[in-house]
Design a protein around this ligand. Structure first.
Ligand code: SF4
Ligand code: SF4
Length: 396
């Protein structure tokens, strides 16, 4: 995050600036900075407040207390960053440059490869940490504006908790809020990152991507419910309403403690994040490849095996995840997630070496990981019992 002092500039400014021309030049500069699309919204997000209140009141944010910490400031950009007059939202596509045309089918097939020991890392996390990429490029964009209008108040956000980024994106014309709660675009599906530049310049806003009444109802989703049907944990409890406590992205990335028993089986072989709702979405046939090398896969993470990842000791984890978003969860939670996936592979009848690898790591594991290893080892016995029960049930 980068901050320039708003107070020095005395509030929203537009006098003497050709804001319409500036908005058009901003689009050209944004493309030069690697963004695929930008849009501008005003700062009145009052319509989003009831939904945000209800979501927090239901406790759907789980342990993400930072979501609640800023209260309604999240829906009030000018309270979060005083003197903000407009918000520029940028879209950065993240499919790797060499993603094959059938990338969605390949991803689904890897999810089905649990017994073969496939490990699935969410597509967005296989390359460079997007926080760094977006932050640097948003700052470049701000520098271009400053070169034209002189010093101006601004602040950069990338996937930052205090910002209602999907709301801002839809108001800025980048798309609509899909029933899976992510921003969705007719031209790019949902495989993109969003970033925001809060500015103290009163720029003319773009037209919203869907009428306000349609924002919470899924915009151009129509009668489709594919993402709700595909979610392994039923985390999308209603169109546009996510109980993060059940979401595999939350469970494998945000949650610090043990993964609740009730969701471990559904996690399957997902070891960092989950793309299922996006893989089910028909709009993602329009997902765009990134123009940047930053999101190319590193260390074969698009074809990794659970046992190979389990062999990483902590120095190797740190080496292989340098500059990656995966490093943010740390080695212990990485092992916790792998243990769950290995247990699921055992239950699915996977490689006989899995039980040996888990048992060998049990003794020296920290308590959090050890408990997950013990759960994983128990899955084999449960699978054998189930198979015996099935066998005795089918006898004469
Ligand atoms: S990321 Fe996965 S678990 Fe979360 S809502 Fe989407 S499909 Fe469900
Ligand atoms: S899967 Fe269907 S309902 Fe879900 S976000 Fe995509 S279009 Fe909308």
């Amino acid at each position: 995050m980068h901050r320039a002092p708003f107070a020095d500039h005395g509030g929203a400014r537009a006098a003497g600036i050709d804001v319409v021309g500036l908005r058009e030049r901003l689009r050209a500069w944004a493309h030069e900075c690697g963004f695929s699309q930008i849009g501008i919204a005003g700062i009145d997000l009052a319509g989003a407040e009831p939904g945000l209140r209800a979501w927090l009141a239901a406790g759907f944010h789980g342990e993400m207390h930072y979501m609640a910490r800023h209260g309604m400031k999240r829906a009030r950009p000018a309270e979060l960053v005083p003197a903000t007059a407009s918000v520029v939202t940028v879209r950065m596509d993240y499919l790797p440059r060499d993603a094959p045309p059938d990338w969605m089918a390949r991803e689904r097939s890897r999810l089905a490869g649990l017994a073969d020991g496939e490990a699935v890392v969410s597509v967005y996390a296989r390359g460079r940490d997007y926080h760094k990429v977006l932050r640097q490029r948003l700052q470049q964009l701000a520098d271009r504006v400053a070169a034209e209008v002189g010093p101006f108040g601004h602040r950069v956000f990338t996937d930052s908790a205090p910002v209602l980024e999907v709301e801002l994106a839809t108001r800025a014309g980048l798309g609509w809020r899909g029933k899976h709660t992510l921003a969705l675009s007719r031209e790019a599906g949902s495989m993109f990152f969003l970033g925001e530049l809060f500015v103290d310049l009163a720029l003319p806003p773009d037209r919203p991507g869907a009428e306000p009444a349609a924002w919470s109802a899924g915009g151009h989703c129509g009668t489709c419910t594919a993402c709700l049907d595909a979610c392994p944990t039923g985390a999308i409890v209603a169109p546009g309403r996510l109980d993060a406590r059940r979401c595999i992205s939350y469970l494998t990335i945000e949650l610090h403690g043990p993964i609740p028993l009730e969701w471990r089986t559904a996690i399957g072989n997902r070891v960092f994040g989950c793309d299922d709702c996006q893989l089910a979405c028909p709009w993602n046939k329009y997902a765009q490849r990134s123009p940047l090398p930053d999101f190319d896969e590193r260390h074969g993470l698009g074809a990794a095996k659970l046992l190979a990842l389990w062999q990483w000791d902590e120095p190797e984890f740190l080496r292989r995840t340098e500059g990656s978003a995966i490093r943010r969860i740390g080695y212990v939670r990485w092992r916790r997630n792998l243990a769950v996936a290995l247990g699921n592979a055992l239950r699915a009848g996977g490689d006989g070496r899995i039980a040996h690898a888990l048992s060998a790591a049990r003794e020296d594991a920290l308590p959090l990981v050890r408990e997950h290893i013990e759960w994983a080892l128990a899955q084999e016995a449960l699978a054998s019992q189930a198979s015996r029960d099935a066998g005795s049930g089918s006898g004469p």
